[in-house]
Ligand binder design. Sequence first.
Ligand code: UTP
Ligand code: MN
Length: 451
Amino acid sequence: MFHTPIVPRKRPRPVEAGVPRREQVKFENVRLYLVERKMGHSRRSFLTQLARSKGFMVEDVLSDTVTHVVSEDSQASALWTWLKGCDLKNLPSMHVLDISWFTDSMREGRPVAVETRHLVQDTVPTFPEGATPTPVATVSQYACQRRTSTENYNKIFTDILQCGRSFEVEKILSDERYQTLKLFTSVFGVGPKTAEKWYRAGLRSFSDILTEPSIHLNRMQQTGFLHYKDISRAVSKAEARALGNIIDEAVHAITPDAVLALTGGFRRGKEFGHDVDFLVTTPELGREKSLLPDIIDRLKQDTESGPRVQREGILLYCDYQASTFDISKLPSLRFEAMDLFAKCFLILRLKGSKVEGGLNSAAEDHRGWRAVRVDLVSPPMDRYAYALLGWTGSRQFERDLRRFARFERQMRLDNHILYDKTKNEFLAATTEKDIFDHLGLEYIEPWQRNA
Ligand code: UTP
Ligand code: MN
């Protein structure tokens, strides 16, 4: 027998008003309300229909009969401020949930038990008139004031949930255009503009693109198609480590005192990633300018002997972008979303023999190697701490760190600098901890930055 895990509430059942609904109600104790703010009107209508088709009751209006409020608003405080202004008697007993509870429930076809991770935490204090506020443990709206480990995030399943939508919802939500653009932009070297152009030209599949004579793929896209399967496949920690050894050897053959650091998701302790990110520099200021070109040259030479020298080389693709960062322009520097350091986007050929425990490849794959995306970034040493903090991520953590700096400290932070607007000065840092100190934040370890 089906047992609903939700505690039934005793309340008079209101008379069903309005248009009679064809869908059969399966869950009498659950009444949903979807918050339109941030979700948007059409998505809300769609999700409403989806839920009703699965036997859920969805209220159009927020009233005291609602048991579950579902929101896609990532700003908990804004949501709670709004809810508290709605004059609801039952608000304290309502579940206020993020979309992950909804997508879980749609996938299961029943209201799933409410877990802590589903809750939109109330961060807005409410003090009755005349009462002295007592401190309550609240969860900060800033990820940089929270410690988020990789627990739960390593399973592919929960990674899906992180995106806020389950496969099923995704499938139904998607129209042809959305699906096609998603497919096209999944190819390395294909951005939204190109994808849109191809869609407008009536192309719908990879074979459409590859057989269309009028389409000329650039080298990046050619490589993207050539290694599509490998690049779409997750990179394991062991593979990241093996690549670290290869890069380390190349770097230190060039400059013995070079500094190499693993960044990105792997520095945060993730088990899998979509690429491997490294920061590389040298203590000697200015020397970093030739560092990446030298490393690339060395990787190019790293080929196995034999007639197929080119194809056996480790460097399958390289897009090098020289630095546009000019420290002398610092006082007038604009705050950049993209950083200006020298970097290269690589595709490397990684042999299974170099990877402890072997490659993360399909069982039927007997090539003994796979292609992997690697990013190398090379900031000057005096920018190292900012670059390391920026490239370690997560993206959400970085966004919140910048937001915190800006709105709570009147400072600007990016991958190059930390600037104090009230003092009109740049704040020096040689370690990440220095930056946290300047911001008046407790230090958060890399593996706790998985927001
Ligand atoms: P990634 O996109 O590699 O993300 O960028 P990730 O966290 O390592 O995740 P996966 O496992 O590869 O998918 C790493 C960090 O580098 C920053 C991003 O903000 C992210 O936090 N980054 C990326 C920059 O600062 N500048 C860039 O040009 C690109
Ligand atoms: Mn990465």
